[in-house]
Structure formats: structure tokens, C-alpha cells
Design a protein around this ligand. Structure first.
Ligand code: SF4
Length: 379
């Protein structure tokens, strides 16, 4: 955890709140009313102007959702031009767009590349059609493979994919096959997430009714450890609980800002923002978002000011989810909390149990520690 993290250039996130259909596990905010895209883009442009005083410069832009790839090239052209007009964008920014494998054609991706987009994150989720069907994804394995190849031909070198494990009915053979297939593409980045049960989603409701059984804790742990071992043996850096980079230079610059308390601005429905001590988030409703903006108000759902203790606890939680871990001296300088003198005994127990290591003045989770990262911060 770098003590100067708040001085680092902020990141900009834009939430595109549209999907053609809803995947059964998903709790991200989106609507299937695609007829409102133009209305949303007008509101987004006004919202951008509202933050010109608070944020001046960005060096990462991440357009996520929802399904950004439902937008046309002209929409991205307009969004990126508006960003460059409203803010200073550092030279060589990381510009990522999330892509659904069902929506892509070579000319489309080539045009995005020409607009300055230099990183694609493709929502592959699995290379097993049974798993894709269970999750109600609207693409097939064939389309996912095709999208990866098309992205390469369109000139993208920095390509990442998302994968999900822990799906009901999925066994280790299916998951190993998916990981092996992903490795064969020598992608820059892999995000491997455990499927979580989100209340209120179709999957959550089926789980409540007892219709589906998720893999037990031992199998979930085995999925995590197998993933980490297999990818690290193949040369990837397991740099955050769910994130693997072919090389640290290819780690997501944008996502790292979330984990080291760098400021970020989030625009669009449900997007979150942070300025080093204050966090706010927008309405989880396209209606409310547009209505507020039309009346000249920031479309805020709520905000909170974090006191020193909340900041320190959050930094501990976030830092222990990363391989880089927590730089003890910098942490103490930034949050006023000396972990060694305050938590020395608990840390010694975690070191002895093999969950963390203290190396070069840093507290770093081991692979076993990363598997239980959320509980490590409860020391
Ligand atoms: S997982 Fe992605 S594509 Fe599926 S509903 Fe959620 S945001 Fe939309």
C-alpha cells in the first residue's frame, strides 16, 4: 500500500447500463430497454461536466457495465471525445472496454482500436457450453474463441478474459479444461471469479428454493488453489485474489486504483466514486439517474465520509487481497496505524499458519492466504 496513493492520477469508470438479456447470476445494474441508449448518453455527457471541478486528470478509462459492446462505434467516439474535452487525459492512458463475445465483428473492434481503446476485457466466463447455458450467457464457446482471435486480428495485444468457477454442476475436469484452453491463447490477463449467490437474482431464488446445489467449501477451495497453481506454473502473476497477469506490466492499471485507495470517478447508473476519504454512488436506476441529471442534480443515491479507522480497516482488507500486500512503513504513515505494534501477536499467528509472510517490510498474503483473504483482515 503506497503512502502516496492518493496523489496518483485518478481513474475514470463509465457504467453502460444496458444488456440484451440478463444472465441468471448477475447483480450488476443494467436494463434491457435498449431504446434509451441515446437518452442515457445525453445524461452521461451532462454528468461528466458536473465533475470538471472535482477531477481534472485521468490516466485510465474503463468502460464497463452492463454490456458496453451494445453501443455503436459512433457512441464510443462521442464518449471518448467528451472525456478528452472535459478532462486532461494523460499520455498513453489505459483505455479498457468490456466486450460480450456475442456482439463483435472485426471492423467494430478495428474501429475501437483506432479510437485509442488499447485493452479489451472479454466476458468469456467458460469454455464449456453446459456452464454457459446454465449461467444463461447469450454466447457459445465458439463465439468466445472467435472473439479472441478477431480481437488479435484487429490489433489488440492487451486482451483479458473473465472466467467463472464454482458453478453448480461444474466439476474440476470442466474447470481445468477451461483454464487449459485459456492458457493456450497466451492472453495478457485472466480474471477468475468464484460464482457468488446474489439474493434476488434468478440463480439466488433457485438456490433459496433448494433447486440447485453449489460446490461445497472444499471443492471451492480446490478450484481456487488449482487455478492459482496452474496459472503461476504457466508464468502468470497471481497479483490479486481473482486477477492474473502474464506480466506485471499487463496487470489492470485501472483496477489497481480500487485496491490502493487511489481516487476514481464513476459515471453512469450505480457507478461508485472515491476521493481518498469520501465515497459516493449513483442511483441504481436509469430512470432516477436521468431524472436527476435533467433537473441539474448529480444523480447520487448516497455518500459517506470515511474516518481514519474506516480507511485503515478498508486499506487492510484491500491490501491483503493483493500479492503486493501492505507496505508496513507507508501504511503507518498514511493511516496512522502501526500494524506490527498493534497486531503483532495476531500477525505472528498468521505467519505461523502460513497465511501471510513479512518480506522486505511488506505484509503479503501467501496463496493459502489469498484463498481466505476476506477473513485475514479480521485480525
Ligand atoms: S453478466 Fe454482464 S451481460 Fe450478463 S446480465 Fe450481467 S452485466 Fe449483463
Amino acid at each position: 500500500m503506497d503512502s502516496s496513493a492518493t496523489d496518483i492520477t485518478p481513474g475514470l469508470y463509465i457504467h453502460i447500463p444496458f444488456c440484451k438479456s440478463k444472465c441468471h447470476y448477475c447483480n450488476f445494474y443494467s436494463t434491457t430497454s435498449l431504446s434509451r441508449i441515446d437518452e442515457f448518453l445525453n445524461a452521461l455527457s451532462t454528468e461528466m461536466a458536473m465533475y470538471q471541478e472535482t477531477f481534472t486528470r485521468f490516466d485510465t478509462i474503463y468502460i464497463g457495465g452492463g454490456t458496453p459492446s451494445l453501443l455503436a462505434v459512433k457512441h464510443f467516439d462521442s464518449i471518448l471525445s467528451q472525456i478528452r474535452n472535459a478532462f486532461i487525459v494523460s499520455p498513453n492512458p489505459e483505455i479498457t472496454i468490456e466486450i460480450n463475445p456475442a456482439d463483435t465483428a472485426r471492423e467494430y473492434l478495428e474501429s475501437l482500436r483506432q479510437l485509442g481503446v488499447n485493452r479489451l476485457n472479454i466476458g468469456v466466463q467458460s469454455f464449456d457450453n453446459t456452464v454457459l447455458a446454465f449461467l444463461k450467457r447469450r454466447h457459445s464457446v465458439h463465439q468466445a474463441l472467435d472473439t479472441i482471435e478477431t480481437a488479435r486480428k484487429a490489433g489488440f495485444e492487451n486482451i483479458g478474459i473473465d472466467l467463472i468457477y464454482g458453478v453448480p454442476g461444474q466439476d474440476m475436469i470442466s474447470w481445468r479444461d477451461t483454464v487449459t484452453q485459456a492458457l493456450s491463447y497466451e492472453l495478457a490477463h485472466l480474471s477468475c471469479y468464484q460464482l457468488t449467490i446474489e439474493a434476488g437474482t434468478p440463480l439466488g431464488l433457485r438456490h433459496e428454493r433448494g433447486e440447485i446445489v453449489f460446490p461445497n467449501e472444499d471443492l471451492q477451495h480446490a478450484f481456487f488453489i488449482t487455478t492459482s497453481e496452474t496459472l503461476e506454473n504457466a508464468g502468470y502473476v497471481h497479483y490479486e485474489v481473482s486477477s492474473f497477469a502474464k506480466d506485471m506490466s499487463l496487470a489492470s492499471q485501472h483496477n489497481q486504483k480500487y485496491w490502493n485507495h487511489t481516487s476514481y470517478l464513476g459515471l453512469g447508473p450505480a457507478a461508485h466514486s472515491f476521493t481518498g476519504h469520501t465515497r459516493w454512488w449513483n442511483h441504481r436506476s436509469l430512470d432516477k439517474y436521468i431524472r436527476d441529471i435533467e433537473t441539474g442534480k448529480p444523480p447520487l443515491s448516497a455518500s459517506e465520509m470515511l474516518d481514519r479507522e474506516q480507511l485503515y480497516l478498508e486499506a487492510l482488507f484491500l491490501g491483503l487481497r493483493t500479492k503486493r500486500g501492505i507496505h508496513l512503513h507507508n501504511f503507518s504513515g498514511r493511516y496512522g496505524y502501526d500494524l506490527i505494534s498493534e497486531k503483532g501477536d495476531a500477525l505472528a499467528r498468521l505467519v505461523k499458519a502460513g497465511f501471510i509472510e513479512i518480506k522486505n517490510g511488506c505484509l503479503q498474503p501467501t496463496r493459502t492466504g489469498l484463498a481466505v483473504a476476506d477473513t485475514l483482515a479480521l485480525i
